[in-house]
Design a protein around this ligand. Structure first.
Ligand code: FAD
Length: 319
């Protein structure tokens, strides 16, 4: 699994983020969404993980379902905030036992009211340390793999172990809690040095924010692929919630367009259109693919990819 194109993969690789549902009805709906998204042949389907382990079991259930019912690579978000070293090690083993070998290693946000240095924040201080731990746990479990020797049944050749894929988060507009402008780039460099194989960005609203970030990151020595994270914003309420969570600046044009549009259907179209333009522009600027925040809804993100010209009728007919 790689955010970069393989020979048989779509020309512009794409992937989707899902979250573990809380209800039985949500689970049934998500299974249909997974089926429809898998048909489009994404590079991977990622599943979020609640900081402090609040969604642990449910995240793993969704990842297992993806592994069992599709040929798409499941990618597990893992957070370390609030966990001990032993607890994080056990968690990684549990995911590897379920044949989940692709991760997005995150620190996670401490719950409100917890300050830096609070013992609750746990043994691992940063996502970079979690990247190292995943690498180490995987290496201890399978120091090598066995390959077939053609023509000699039952014989095996020892090969170098397959590396786990470890993605990390990147913040084109900086992290809301960064103490200085370069802090998130230093954190990204540390994650790369620890073994991260690619990064997925926080959402952003203008292509230049992503493209300028890539330039700054490359100048600072970041060499891993930086996959742009794109979120279709299909209502004023969603926009407000997202700004609250990410600390991004209000995208005035989109905000006004959503506010003045009276119908939910019209707002949905505005959101799809804006996300499709963003996807087209970052790909034209050299992005290695696009990662779409799907909110457990296949129709909107597939419409974005169609409108951006990334998902073509030929590709859909072939699947
Ligand atoms: P790190 O790489 O350790 O830190 C990155 C930078 O963040 C630091 O350099 C610093 O600038 C800043 N920073 C982080 N924490 C602090 C702090 N306490 N004080 C000061 N500065 C700080 N969260 C979840 O809980 N579950 C998820 O599934 C999830 N998925 C995500 C997916 C993506 C693509 C992105 C971009 C974010 C996701 N997050 C998720 C949010 C993420 O956990 C938070 O943004 C968290 O604050 C930083 O995590 P990190 O892995 O980037 O941390």
């Amino acid at each position: 699994m790689s955010p970069l194109p393989a020979a048989s993969a779509p020309a512009v690789p794409f992937s989707f983020e899902l979250y573990p549902p809380r209800t039985q009805a949500g689970t049934i709906g998500l299974h249909e969404t997974i089926r429809r998204l898998a048909d489009a042949r994404p590079s991977f389907l990622s599943v979020t993980y609640g900081a402090g382990g609040s969604t642990g079991g449910r995240s793993l259930d969704v990842l297992r379902h993806i592994r069992r019912t599709t040929t798409v690579e499941p990618l597990a978000h893992l957070t370390c905030v609030g966990n001990t070293y032993a607890g994080a090690t056990a968690l990684i083993r549990e995911f590897l036992d379920a044949d989940i070998t692709s991760f997005l290693a995150l620190r996670g946000d401490p719950p409100a009211g917890h300050a830096e240095g609070d013992p609750f924040l746990g043994d691992l201080e940063s996502a970079a340390q979690l990247v190292q731990l995943i690498e180490r746990v995987q290496a201890e479990r399978s120091p090598y793999t066995e390959g077939e020797i053609p023509g000699i049944p039952a014989a095996a050749r020892v090969e170098r172990r397959r590396r786990v894929q470890i993605a990390v988060a990147a913040f084109p507009s900086g992290h809301p809690r960064s103490r200085h402008a370069g802090q998130h780039l230093d954190a990204l460099l540390a994650k790369q040095a620890a073994g991260a194989t690619f990064a997925v960005t926080q959402l952003f609203f203008h292509p230049d924010v992503y493209l300028a970030f890539v330039e700054r990151a490359r100048a600072a020595g970041v060499t891993i692929p930086l996959l742009p994270g794109i979120m279709p914003i299909t209502s004023p309420a969603r926009l407000r919630r997202v700004l609250e969570l990410t600390g991004e600046e209000l995208p005035a044009e989109l905000a006004i367009a959503l506010e003045v549009e009276p119908t939910a259907e019209g707002q949905r179209e505005i959101g799809i259109d804006a996300a499709a333009r963003l996807a087209r522009d970052v790909v034209a600027g050299g992005a290695p693919g696009v990662h779409l925040y799907a909110f457990n809804d296949h129709e909107i993100v597939l419409a974005v990819l169609r409108r951006a010209g990334i998902l073509t009728p030929q590709m859909e007919n072939a699947s």
